[in-house]
Design a protein around this ligand. Structure first.
Ligand code: ITT
Length: 211
């Protein structure tokens, strides 16, 4: 069975990857000792830049292995694409009196969701469009080999719904199957999500390259 190393500190992402890999006879694993490795500064202006930075940095710890890193987030049209690359730290002004790019740690999902909801107060449903974006970078020995982008289009609700998933999932309504991402099973999230889409492209690339 093919085994892929994923460099992430986010257990929600790891669960999503496990779900996406299960359908493809692939096993995913974390980087050994990941928690004690120095964090990578996510100061890029795009998902792609940050994904490459993470994959390149962490691949140096596992010589010869392909390492995949994910940079992802929610883009809300009415907020001009925010929270975007700052999705994981969007509540930093509320909690730490710092802008997200100055924050040195992620902020809690509930606080991030609360900021998005507050900023969308009185925005009507037809203007609450947005998308989840996931960029995966695959790197080996400090060099990016390829990147893959997956997108899921939806609507930002005015209250959370559902208990599965993580991050902004309870606010993200996916019209195609009339559920929020927090109401999806692991299989559904793998099938419909930005992360599932990017991961499938990565697996096709592996197949073509014989990895
Ligand atoms: P790593 O960098 O260690 O992988 P992270 O959580 O810091 O973990 P990012 O910098 O890529 O990762 O931030 C992604 C944020 O975007 C994440 O914390 C969520 O707030 C949001 N997000 C991304 N994908 C999501 C999903 O599938 N469902 C809900 N929220 C998501």
């Amino acid at each position: 069975m093919r085994r892929i190393l994923i460099a992430t500190s986010n257990p929600g992402k790891l669960r999503d990857f496990a779900g996406a890999a299960a359908a493809h006879g692939t096993e995913i694993a974390g980087i050994p000792g990941f928690a004690s490795l120095p964090p990578v500064a996510e100061d890029g202006l795009t998902f792609e830049e940050n994904a490459r930075k993470k994959a390149e940095a962490y691949s140096r710890y596992v010589a010869g292995e392909i390492v995949v890193a994910d940079d992802s987030g929610l883009e809300v049209d009415a907020l001009k694409g925010a929270p975007g690359v700052h999705s994981a730290r969007y509540a930093a002004p509320d909690l730490h009196d710092k802008e997200p790019h100055e924050a040195d740690q992620n902020t809690a999902d509930e606080a991030n969701n609360a900021r998005v909801l507050r900023e969308l107060t009185d925005v009507p449903v037809e203007k609450r469009t947005g998308r989840f974006v996931c960029v995966l970078a695959a790197a080996r020995d400090g060099k990016t080999l390829a990147t893959f982008r997956g997108v899921a289009e939806g609507i930002i609700l005015d209250a959370p719904r559902g208990a599965n998933g993580f991050g902004y999932d309870p606010l993200f309504y996916f019209p195609l199957i009339d559920k929020t991402f927090a109401e999806l099973t692991a299989e559904e999230k793998a099938r419909y999500s930005h992360r599932g889409a990017a991961f499938r492209q990565f697996l096709e690339w592996c197949d073509r390259r014989g990895h």
